[in-house]
Each structure stands twice: as C-alpha cells, then as structure tokens.
Write a protein that binds this ligand. Sequence first.
Ligand code: URA
Ligand code: SF4
Length: 250
Amino acid sequence: MSPQRDQILRELGLGPQWRLREAAGAAPETRSEVPAEPVSEAMEAPMRRALPAAAPVERAASPVDASHMSWDDLATAVAECRACNLCTARKQAVLGVGDQQADWLFVGEGPGAEEDERGEPFVGQAGKLLDAMLAAIDLKRGENVYIANSVKCRPPNNRTPEPEETAACWPYLERQIELLQPKVIVALGRPAAQTLLQREVKIGEARGQAFDYKGIPLIVTYHPAYLLRNLPDKAKSWEDLCFARKTIGP
Ligand code: URA
Ligand code: SF4
C-alpha cells in the first residue's frame, strides 16, 4: 500500500480494520495476476446472502424526452427544465461532473446547498468524504469518474426527493448512462439505488452484490452524508468500493 493511500485510509478511520487477504492466509479468490486487495473479514458475508424478494417500484412517466440528447443538449435542457416542482427553489440545476468516457459512474441523491450554489455535485462535506473514498481506491474526480445525481435540482431543506421528482428527472440520468456507457455504476444511498433499480432497496441488504443495469454491473453502498453520521459504516463502504473495482477487473 502506498504511503499516500495509507494516510488516506487512516484519515477515513479505516486503517486498522484492514489487512491483506494473503497476509491472513486466506485463499485468493481468483487465479489471475490481480494484486491482492485489502479486505475485511466481514467482506464476504453480505455477498453470500441472498437478497429477499423486493417490491418493484413503478416509475411514473416523465414529460422529459432526453433519449436523443447530446451532452450539450442535456446541459441546456436541465438548466431550463421545469418538469417538476424542484425547479422553483433551485439556484441552478446540477447535471453532473466528470469524464464523459469514464468507466466509473457514481450516482447520489440530489444537490445540496453548496452544489446548488456552485453547479457541481458533491462539493460540500459529503463530497469531501466522497473524494477521500475515491482516493482510497486510487480514483479521482474527473479522471475516469463521472458523478451525477438522481435529481438535478436541490430539494428544499435537503429533503429526500419525492418519487414523482426522481421519476420526472429520470430521463436525464438514463441518457447520461447511455452516453457514458460506464463499466460500473455505484449507487450512493437508497434513493439512488431505488431510482436505478426500480425496486425497494435496503442498503444493508443490497450491498455486496452486483445488480444488473442494462448489462452494466451496479453496486449499492451508503451515501457519504450518512457515513458522516455513522462513522463505523465507512469501512463497509470501502469494502463496497473495492468490490466495485473487482467487477471492473484489472
Ligand atoms: N448529496 C448528494 O446526494 N448529491 C450531491 O451532489 C451532494 C450531496
Ligand atoms: Fe427538471 Fe430534474 Fe430539475 Fe425536476 S429536478 S426540474 S425534472 S431537472
């Protein structure tokens, strides 16, 4: 592990809980030349658990048709969009940020106050944690990473977006994914996971496995804002990110 990553993990409070699989004497999962990843003993447990059957969540139709939009079209359409009530209180819509050829797509819930102010997702406290978590798996905002949200306009008082709001906004995210064709999607928190999977999701049950989104592996983990309030779960989230990296392969 590089000294820089070591430092990041210490700051995340992850350091002592992790050790190399080889060092623990466990058999490597594959025979490939992929270097060993730090994993926790708890890592495999949730992956083996079968996910209980979940109620599908019907997504209401949206007035938005983004199916043929380019990135420029999306930016214009979102900036002018009035397809749901969230348009009334926003300062600006926040489409997303990053590399349009990214292998990694992270999807959050919706812009907060700072994001609404600056026009970029995850730039507040939760965003700082997300950046640290990206760094912990050798990723960086803007480099092979794209970050978007389930709704593009800030819900007042940072409330959870309503199902009709995520449904109205869905065609934009759907088109972003179509244009990006990422190798993996990481859903940050329940609203993002439910928006993408169209089913009820409990993060604790759904983490540790790859769902299928139109042929793209989709992994769910905790939202960074939740992790700021529940520090011990940061270790689980890091496990999830390591798992996501494995699904991409070397
Ligand atoms: N939380 C989110 O879900 N998205 C952001 O962009 C910022 C905070
Ligand atoms: Fe349009 Fe989405 Fe903003 Fe609602 S949240 S106004 S659907 S861009």
